[in-house]
Design a protein around this ligand. Structure first.
Ligand code: KE4
Length: 431
């Protein structure tokens, strides 16, 4: 496959951009090789700078639930752009999107738009700290909530992949207020609460971990978290930047019938434009400036282009909930096919899947938390990644990321992915 233009662009990019990318995971450091520069995308397909076509399982890391360049989204953004790109003043569009989300998610009375998932999670813990007048937070090893200082303590996603579990530049003062628990292990959570009574403002988690590979909550875990937060007066924050509007219209809250106190969103609510949001019940959200003393602001928050894109996508999802059934069926088909491909050659593997979030781990153990994920065979994943890439299938360039299906993926695309996995398994078996 000719990727000379990507290689040249990467050379050039590294002169002006740290690592040649604007987000670390894109640099292929976790899988080796030269990152591909994309020219365009449509539906389930990416087209790189050399004209190669790929079946895309990243979908811009989640937003493209209905595929790239979804026509209603493109139309909405074009229309909005003709009226200027930003006003720095309130618009009807932001009211409509806030109304739509609070209508879909019953325990979100009020919501504030920001420009990224990081801003959403940073702001949510500030609200929790302002509301409770407590300082500490609990997060989970391997869970990634963006690059806010309080979260880069054994973060997952890029930080975990790069093998730097806590980032330089985070002060000891900040780190001391972040306590770490193990996902799917209520005992580690209870012990933190008991060791820090009355000082934990918030517990934040990915209700379905997606940044250490896809790791679902075990039965009873989220219920246990909810009751521990109630017992200790701690604000429960569901970070649904990835799962929101993906695993069901109402996200993980609806799927597991658990109500968090605050929820963060991103990705799908902007349909690929920069949007994040945090929301929750009125008494919590009313502490946010200018209705309350907790300060948070953003020049481009509620940007009309981003609001138009999010409105177009969420309106489509609300009017066509069958999408979630179709996506689940397609994802199940892929999961079963991958099992058959690896089993045919006795390749040890574990597949975790919830809805259209799926990850393949090369191990014969269950993957239930960051520790078990890190024990999986990442070298085999690297080989798998490049084998599929050469077959025109673009997986997330890290063993510690969830794959994302879109409803634009056809069964033919899925079968091509399964077949490429089959040839990989055969090659691995006989290597
Ligand atoms: P952003 O600041 O990247 O918009 O969102 C941060 C974030 C917060 N919470 C969750 C659950 C997230 O998954 C993310 C971002 N997800 C990663 C994907 N693993 C972004 C990809 C990247 O860093 O380039």
């Amino acid at each position: 496959m000719n990727t000379l233009n990507s290689a040249a662009l990467f050379e050039r990019a590294q002169q002006f951009i740290p690592g040649g990318v604007n987000s670390p995971v894109r640099a292929f450091k976790a899988v080796g090789g030269t990152p591909l520069f994309m020219e365009k995308a449509e539906g389930a397909y990416l087209f790189d700078a050399d004209g190669n076509q790929y079946i895309d399982y990243i979908g811009s890391w989640g937003p493209m639930l209905l595929g790239h360049a979804f026509p209603p989204v493109i139309e909405a953004v074009k229309k909005a752009a003709e009226k200027s790109t930003s006003f720095g003043a309130p618009t009807k569009l932001e009211v409509e999107l806030a109304e739509l989300i609070t209508d879909i998610v019953p325990n979100v009375d009020k919501i504030r738009m920001v420009n990224s998932g990081t801003e959403a999670t940073m702001s949510a813990i500030r609200v929790a700290r302002g509301f409770t007048k407590r300082d500490k937070i609990i997060k989970f090893e391997g869970h990634y909530h963006g690059h806010g200082d309080s979260f880069l303590i054994k973060a997952g996603s890029g930080a975990l992949t790069l093998g730097t579990p806590s980032s330089p530049g985070v002060t000891a003062g900040t780190a001391k207020d972040t306590l770490l628990a193990k996902f799917n292990n209520l005992e580690t959570v209870r012990s933190l609460f008991e060791a820090n009574p009355d000082s934990i403002a918030a517990l934040i988690l990915e209700p379905i971990a997606g940044n250490v590979g896809c790791i679902p909550p075990q039965p009873g875990f989220l219920e246990g978290i909810r009751s521990l937060c109630d017992e200790f007066g701690t604000v429960l924050i569901f970070d649904e930047v990835m799962t929101g509007f993906r695993v069901s219209l109402g996200g993980a809250q609806q799927l597991f019938n658990i109500k968090a106190d605050l929820v963060t969103y991103g990705k799908i609510i902007g349909a690929g434009l920069p949007v994040g949001a945090y929301g929750g019940r009125e008494e919590l959200m009313n502490v946010v400036a200018p209705s309350g003393p907790v300060y948070q602001a953003g020049t481009l928050s509620g940007n009309p282009l981003a609001m138009s894109a999010g409105l177009a996508l969420l309106t489509e999802l609300k009017n066509n909930p069958m999408v979630y059934y179709e996506l689940d069926q397609k994802s199940w088909h892929l999961e079963q096919g991958l099992h058959k491909a690896f089993d045919a050659y006795g390749i040890e593997h574990t597949i975790n899947r919830i809805g259209s979030m799926i990850s393949v781990f090369f191990t014969n153990e269950a993957v239930i938390d960051a520790d078990s994920a890190q024990k999986t065979n990442v070298d085999t994943f690297k080989t798998y990644f490049h084998h599929l890439l050469n077959e025109g299938v673009y997986l997330p360039p890290s063993a510690f990321e969830s794959w994302f299906l879109s409803n634009a993926h056809t069964y033919e695309d899925l079968d091509k992915t399964i077949y490429a996995s089959h040839t990989f398994a055969a090659k691995l078996k006989h290597s």
